[in-house]
Design a binder for this molecule. Structure first.
Ligand code: GDP
Length: 511
């Protein structure tokens, strides 16, 4: 069985993702991060979490993929691929798509705050793909909400069975450690972290009111069930403090033991799994490179099957003819010997000049189309107005490029000349304007658009044409030429759906 665990951390900003990531990396021993992918526009990207670690803590992790490995008793060496999900308040499709490339996720919750909006949004994306989730309730070294309240909130808000794997003996000033249900032992902070042990004697017996709590926690929730976990119906819950490096061992052990190895990925004609011998994979992210003189990009490919070797020829579904992958970026840590190969579950960075697009499938024989890498209906739509109207051509090129990269979506209305861009988060608009100016020398303004959202129209051709005949003013084409209904309100969509039962108005589009 594969020793790969490819996962992401989902959380609301400030819950402790960066701190936990750092501890996970450190626990993996020597950290070596190959092929750093630095972004253009350092200032803007400085918001990225990895930059944050790098700047504040002097560790070099400017990367979208972090690979680390370590030994576990009875399991041998496990290799972890941790994928960055940018954790802005306000996120982009990038974040969603990264979650299509992982096999599991760790959900970090701030013990004082519980489920926050971003946690919920990211969780919903995981649910769409049945991505199994391990919960880490962080910051138990501080006064938090009662454990039962937190567990019940996860269960209710996310409609998920929760299975606590331990119990915090007090929080904040009263914290004494975490009782591990599987061993019955109390894990207590060691070394300098003992200082947060609170006022009670560390070895004092568990007081009666806590004993009662523990009994309730052990009896009142479902037992851990790996099948239910792996199908996304149950989450095991761990408690700890990323800051004090407490509970992180238990967490990483749980990922090693329970998190699924590379899972089969949905494809036309049936899912493809790691047992397939030849190389297949899909592009889930494209990132512009640092050098502003070149249009170099790094396409991130999630390996679904096979063993990749440097120089191998692969056929991207969008191109139809093979490309030789001579200088892949392999994120593999530590062992240089291994740095020339990658296997199912791993991520490869492929430098290219725009040939590879998000959603492309790659295979040795051009016989695979992975599905389920959706575009999401934009929640914010803006008209793009040029400051200098002679720059139309440059603008079109820029919008096409940036939509390929997944920075924005672009819609070309059937009537009228003003192009519309769509995003799921405000930050994407800022990125758009600054990149138009810096990279394409196009000054543009974003103006309100009359539309609230967009829906991809699917259904029989005649029905589509009939619909188009009546609704020309509300139609646009996306980057691929597919027909999109531009809706002024959610009510609009409901109304059209009722009037056109043979069409579907889809909030996602799969390439
Ligand atoms: P992110 O935005 O989710 O990446 O959160 P960070 O890792 O940057 O943490 C946000 C803040 O919470 C920082 O000030 C951290 O030092 C603090 N923090 C993170 N983990 C813990 C923890 O376990 N206990 C306490 N007390 N503070 C923490």
């Amino acid at each position: 069985m594969s020793n790969r665990r490819t996962f992401a951390i989902i959380s609301h900003p400030d819950a402790g993702k960066t701190t936990l990531t750092e501890k996970l990396l450190l626990s993996g021993g020597a950290i070596h991060l190959a092929g750093e992918v630095k972004a253009r526009g350092q200032a803007r990207r400085a918001r990225s979490d990895w930059m944050k670690i790098e700047q504040q803590r002097g560790i070099s992790v400017t990367s979208s993929v972090m690979t680390f490995a370590r030994e576990f008793d009875g399991q041998g060496e496990i290799t972890f691929n941790l994928l960055d999900t940018p954790g802005h308040e306000d996120f982009s499709e990038d974040t969603y798509r990264t979650l299509t490339a992982v096999d599991s996720a760790v959900m970090v919750i701030d013990a004082a705050k519980g489920i926050e909006p971003q946690t919920r949004k990211l969780f919903e994306v995981c649910r769409m793909r049945n991505v199994p989730i391990i919960t880490f309730i962080n910051k138990v070294d501080r006064e938090g909400r009662p454990g039962f309240e937190l567990l019940d909130e996860v269960a209710d808000a996310l409609a998920l069975d929760v299975s606590p794997q331990g119990w915090p003996l007090g929080m904040g000033g009263l914290f004494q450690g975490v009782l591990d249900f599987s061993t019955g032992a109390v894990a207590r902070p060691e070394g300098p972290s003992r200082e947060f042990l609170g006022t009670r004697e560390a070895d004092a017996p568990i007081p009666a009111e806590l004993a009662e709590e523990i009994e309730l926690a052990q009896g009142g929730y479902p037992e851990f069930d790996e099948v239910a976990y792996r199908s996304g119906d149950l989450t095991p819950v761990y408690w700890g403090s990323a800051l004090k490096n407490f509970g992180v061992e238990e967490l990483i052990g749980a990922i090693a033991r329970h998190a699924p190895p590379p899972r089969p990925q949905p494809a036309d004609g049936g899912a493809i799994g790691p047992e397939r011998p030849d190389v297949t994979g899909f592009i889930f992210k494209v990132q512009a490179n640092m050098d502003p003189q070149h249009r170099d990009r790094i396409a991130f490919m999630r390996m679904v099957s096979g063993t990749f070797r440097r120089g191998m020829k692969l056929v991207p579904s969008g191109l139809g003819k093979p490309i030789a992958v001579h200088s892949p970026i392999l994120f593999f840590a530590q062992d240089r010997e291994l740095a020339d190969t990658a296997e199912a579950g791993d991520i490869i960075g492929i430098p290219n000049h725009g040939t590879l697009r998000v959603g492309d499938s790659l295979s040795e024989r051009n016989d695979v189309r992975f599905t389920g890498l959706p575009n999401f209906a934009p929640e914010i739509l803006r008209r793009v107005a040029l400051v200098d109207p002679t720059k139309t051509k440059q603008l079109r090129k820029a919008l096409d490029d940036l939509s390929e990269e997944g920075v924005i979506q672009v819609f070309y209305p059937e009537i009228g000349a003003q192009w519309i861009v769509g995003v799921v988060g405000q930050l994407q608009l800022e990125v758009l304007v600054s990149r138009l100016e810096a990279e394409y020398k196009v000054a543009a303004m974003l103006e309100p658009s009359p539309f609230a959202t967009a829906r991809w129209i699917k259904g029989p051709v005649e029905a589509q044409e009939a619909f188009a005949g009546f609704n020309r003013a509300n139609l646009a084409r996306d980057r691929d030429g597919d027909m999109v209904f531009m809706a002024k309100s959610p009510w609009d969509i409901g109304y059209q759906q009722e009037k056109n039962p043979e069409l579907t108005f889809s909030a996602t589009k799969e390439r």
